[in-house]
Design a protein around this ligand. Sequence first.
Ligand code: ATP
Length: 356
Amino acid sequence: MKNVRLETVSKMFGSAVGVENVDIDVKPGEFFTFLGPSGCGKTTTLRMIAGFYFPTKGKIYFDNRDVTTLQPNKRNIGMVFQNYALFPHMTVFENIAFGLEVRKMSKAVIKEKVERAQKLVHLEKYGARKINELSGGQQQRVALARALVIEPDILLLDEPLSNLDAKLREETRVEIKRLQVELGVTTIYVTHDQTEAMTMSDRIMVMKEGVVQQIGTPQEIYNKPTNHFVASFIGESNVLNGEVVEIIENSVKVKLEDHIFVQGSIDQSANGKKLTIGEKIKCSIRPEAVFEGPGVNELHGTIQLVEFTGVSINYVVKVGSNIMKVMIINKGNRILNRGDSITLHVPVNGIYLIGE
Ligand code: ATP
C-alpha cells in the first residue's frame, strides 16, 4: 500500500498539451479514478505514473520516494490494459507466472503464487488452458491475476472493461472492486464510463482537455459539481443561467428570467465562493431533484416530450425560455401528455449554484 502523489505534473507532446498541472494525492489503499472524455489526458497521466512517459514538468512520488524518472520495472506496479496484452499461445499459468520468472523466483514459489492468484480471480481450474481458448472476461481475469501476482504496491488499470459486453462488464466491475478491497492495494483506474467511476471509486478526478476539473468522492462530484462541464458529464443536469438578485442569510435568490426566480442555499454555492448581488451564475438542477406539483421554487411549464421507462416518467418541459429535463419516479401516477401544462417545484437543496 503506497501513497501516490503528483505535484504540478505536465506533459507536452511537442507544442501540444497532453496534461497540465495535475496535482493529486492518492491515499494508501484508495481506489482513485481518472474520468473524462476521449483525449482529456487520462492515459497520459497514468503512463507517467507507470513510468512509460516522463513528465515535462512536475514531480511524482510513491510515498516520499521521488519516482519521476524511474524506469517502469523499478516501480513495483501492476498494470492491466484494455487489450489485456497477454501472450495468446501460452497457458494461463505461464502468463501469470511471467513476471515472477523475470524476477528469477524459484519454481516452487512461482507455483504457489500463481495458484493463489488464479484462485483470487476464480480461474483455479484453468491453469493449463491457452489464452486463445478463453472468453474475453476470463482473459481479463488472467490479466488481473498477472498484475496482482507480483504483489504490486500500486495497481494501474486502463479501461480494463471496455472490451467486454455489458453483462460481463458489470460482473467484472464487481469482481475488481472486491479484489481491490480484499487486497487493499492502492489503485488508479482510467475510464470514460461514469457508471464505472461512480460505483467503484473512493474518489474521482474529472478531466477535460488535459486539465483537472474536479476531484472528489462520487457523491461530491454528483451533488456538488464545480462547473458546467462536470454537471453535464456526470449524470444529467439542467444548467440554467441566472443572476444573483438577493442574498438572505443562508439562501440566495437567483433570477433566471423575467418573473422566474429560484432560491438555493448558500452552502450550495460553487466552491464556497462568496456571492455578490448582480453576479452571473449558473444553477445546476438534476432531473430527479424536480418534483411535480406546487411547492418551493415553483415553476410552470409546458410538456414537450414524454418518455416512460418503467422506473420513471421523464418529461422535457419548457419553462420560460429554458428547457428542463424532469424525472418523476413512477408510483402509478398519472402520466401527462405533450402540450399539457405542468407545475413543478424544486427543493432549495436541489439547486446547486455553479460559477460561470
Ligand atoms: P482516450 O480515452 O481516448 O484514451 P485519454 O483521456 O486517455 O483519451 P490521452 O491519450 O492521455 O487521452 O491524450 C491526451 C492528449 O494528448 C490528446 O490530445 C492526445 O492527442 C495527446 N497525445 C497523447 N499521446 C500522444 C503522443 N504520443 N504524441 C502526441 N500527442 C499525444
